[in-house]
Unconditional design. Structure first.
Length: 639
RNA sequence: GCUGGCGUAGCUCAGCUGGUAGAGCAGCUGAUUUGUAAUCAGCAGGUCGGGGGUUCGAAUCCCUCCGCCAGCUCCA
């Protein structure tokens, strides 16, 4: 007999060997409807798993991450089964679940076409219809080896070679057998809705020296309604694409003749950037930073000392020679900031020293990784370096993290995630330094009462770091802030300060960027707001439109008045119908549309229409000014 | 960088199997004087990504380079 307790509370005793499914069915049958798999004493298993000891059973559904992974993993099997049916000569490799959906890598003599995908989808539908169960089989390694050898599945043999256990598990669905740890959903019929989304090349085991395989991506859901809403999400993301909006709204340009990954900020984008920069500079001065400017190039010697030429050279633009001396365009600002630190003898009383710069750097990025504003070759970091004593580390980190959160909040990003990366295997610096630094990161976020997760061993070789990502309006995560300790550069440049006891000490150096880079941040802003910037950031805040030629002068006057109040306003006095002008303003996503006709002119008023809200009504010009200014000053993000 | 797809007017796109380019929007000119998401008409606009080749003839076929897109690998 075994005692079983369900996570929903029910308990019962059963004969040993009873399956998980049967226990759920007996104790709480309603749970069975959505259950895909189950956790038995914390271990994920199939519903067909036989119990031979007392167990705590938690049904796993699509609502949990684990459930989705099981579901998508099983979907990948179904896809592989379909591909094998249609193209028996393909070799299968691996097919894991991913964040949303799944993929499976195949070795095939040609690449798959969109037509192939359709055929595969049809075959998958058939397999789902046939409702094969996922049968688990346990074989000895030798038996499995023979089986896959007979099937000609050489990649599976390679995987088998790496498995240390003597027995391995296989799953069989219909005529398709795959080496797999499991668990799986009970049968193929559970996958009610799916779609293959794309094909792409991928290296076997992600190593570019290996053979390129054909990867097919897909998503699947227990109901077609869920699939539809996911496809809607993709549509929505497409509409927000900053590359598309950047062109439509004339924000920026990336021109072939200028060079890939090099951004030209058009007047409207440049306006947004200027507002961001002004705000950023003001905030930094208030927070005790000193703003500096440094050159775009530096002598090779500088990069030798900093170590960049030994560990970062492949990301740098190549050497240039002037009067027989080598120079490099800067990929980072730190060496220059260090020279600011070194320009004076520093006392313990001088610390912390916080140096900030909107520093433009250039990095060689492989052509294939460039992506709009999000991944470019020339960009401006909102960079700063903090030099401090050990007893100041904790406060500095805490203040920096708080500063980042406050700043991101002003841009409308309130939903954040925090990751702390700890010491990697290969690292420099003493254990004590790592402990102090890592501890200060953890203490800082805990003191601020924030949730965080630890990324074990993900820190840079020169120090631990804390990354802050934001979740945008449609739930996507973007990397922005990073706060990193650097144990390397103070050593290399021999930084020090005179302590109170007269001894020389090495300062702690913290590297941080809050927005990340202006280019990327701008890209994220565009996507988050779908081009509808909050008024304080909008390139054009108000457009005054005349109804007939009789109001041209009045319209120009109103626009002038707004401008004199610091509002970015302009007038549209073209000889066009008001509907045309409104439409133009709507398309350009201008927040305030100010209509003036005969009535308004006579009363000295304006008719206001707010984008995203509609008609506001007739207002005096001063009332409009107050309304817009209030929205600017509070940096309001909601319409 | 690798794999696959793509590159036609400022923008969005059409142009079947080769027969020296077309639409809408934007622009310009004119008419119209208009009340909250497109008034009408006319005009102008392209070495079809660059170079080479096949052909009587290439936007269309081949080669090569460049760029873009989706991934892979890597990241602010």
């Amino acid at each position: 007999m075994v005692r079983v307790k369900l996570s929903s509370g029910e308990e019962g005793s059963f004969n040993s060997g009873i399956t998980v499914r049967e226990t759920i069915e007996a104790l709480n049958p309603t749970l069975l409807k959505d259950a895909l798999a189950a956790k038995v004493n914390g271990v994920l298993v199939d519903l067909s798993y036989p119990l031979d000891a007392d167990a705590f059973v938690e049904p796993v559904t699509f609502d949990s991450k684990e459930g989705r992974e099981v579901f998508w993993h099983s979907s990948a099997h179904i896809m592989a089964a379909a591909v094998k049916r249609i193209f028996p000569s393909v070799k299968v490799t691996i097919g894991p679940p991913i964040e949303t959906g799944f993929y499976y890598d195949f070795d095939f003599e040609r690449s798959f076409t969109p037509e192939d995908l359709e055929k595969i989808e049809e075959e998958m539908a058939r397999i789902v219809e046939e409702d094969h169960s996922f049968e688990r089989m346990e074989l000895s390694k030798e038996e499995a080896y023979r089986l896959f050898k007979d099937l000609g599945e050489t990649y599976k043999l390679e995987i088998l070679d790496e498995i240390e256990d003597d027995t391995v598990s296989l799953y069989k669905t219909g005529d398709f057998v795959d080496l797999c740890r499991g668990p799986h959903i009970p049968s193929t019929g559970y996958v009610k809705a799916f779609k293959l989304t794309s094909v792409a090349g991928a290296y076997w085991r992600g190593d570019e020296r290996n053979k390129m395989l054909q990867r097919i991506y897909g998503v699947s859901f227990p109901t077609s309604k869920q699939l539809r809403s996911y496809l809607n999400f993709l549509e929505e993301a497409k509409k927000r694409d900053h590359r598309k909006l950047g062109k439509e709204l004339k924000l920026f340009l990336i021109e072939e003749e200028v060079g890939p990954g090099l951004v030209i900020w058009l007047p409207k984008g440049a306006t947004v950037r200027r507002v961001i920069e002004d705000y950023w500079k003001e905030k930094h001065e208030k927070a005790g930073y000193k703003l500096i400017y440094t050159p775009h190039v530096g002598k090779a010697q500088l990069w030798e000392t900093s170590g960049h030429l030994s560990f970062y050279k492949e990301n740098m633009f190549p050497e240039m020679k002037i009067e027989n001396v080598s120079y490099y365009v800067k990929p980072m600002n730190c060496p220059f900031h260090i020279h600011v630190y070194k320009s004076e003898l520093r006392s313990y009383r001088d610390l912390p020293i916080r140096l900030a710069e909107l520093g433009t750097v250039y990095r060689y990025e492989k052509s294939g990784v460039l992506h709009g504003l999000l991944r470019v070759r020339g960009f401006t970091q909102d960079d700063a370096h903090i030099f401090c004593r050990e007893d100041q580390v904790e406060d500095e980190i805490k203040n920096t993290v708080q500063f980042a959160i406050e700043m991101l909040g002003d841009f409308g990003f309130k939903d954040l995630n925090i990751y702390i990366s700890t010491k990697p295997e290969k690292a420099i610096g003493t254990d004590e330094m790592w402990e102090v630094a890592t501890g200060s990161l953890i203490k800082a976020v805990e003191a601020l009462g924030l949730e965080y997760s630890i990324e074990e061993g993900e820190g840079a070789f020169y120090g631990p770091k804390i990354d802050i990502t934001i979740n945008d309006a449609i739930g996507r995560e973007w990397q922005c802030s990073t706060v990193q300790f650097d144990f390397n550069l103070p050593e290399r440049f021999d930084l020090n300060y005179r302590d109170s006891d007269g001894s020389e000490k090495r300062p702690y150096m913290i590297h941080r960027a809050l927005l990340g880079s202006l280019e990327r941040f701008f890209g994220v802003l565009i996507e988050h707001y779908a081009g509808n910037f909050p008024v304080w950031l909008a390139p054009i805040q108000a457009r005054v439109m005349s109804i007939t030629d009789d109001q041209v002068e009045y319209a120009l006057d109103v626009a002038e008045k707004l401008k004199s109040e610091g509002i970015r306003a302009e007038a549209d006095v073209r000889n066009e119908k008001i509907g045309y002008k409104i439409r133009a303003a709507e398309v350009e996503k201008i927040p305030y549309m100010v209509v003036v006709g005969k009535r308004e002119m006579e009363e000295g008023k304006v008719s206001v229409r707010r984008k995203g809200k509609g008609q506001v009504g007739s207002l005096a010009v001063d009332e409009l000014i107050n309304m817009i200014r209030e929205e600017i000053e509070t940096k309001r993000t909601e319409v």
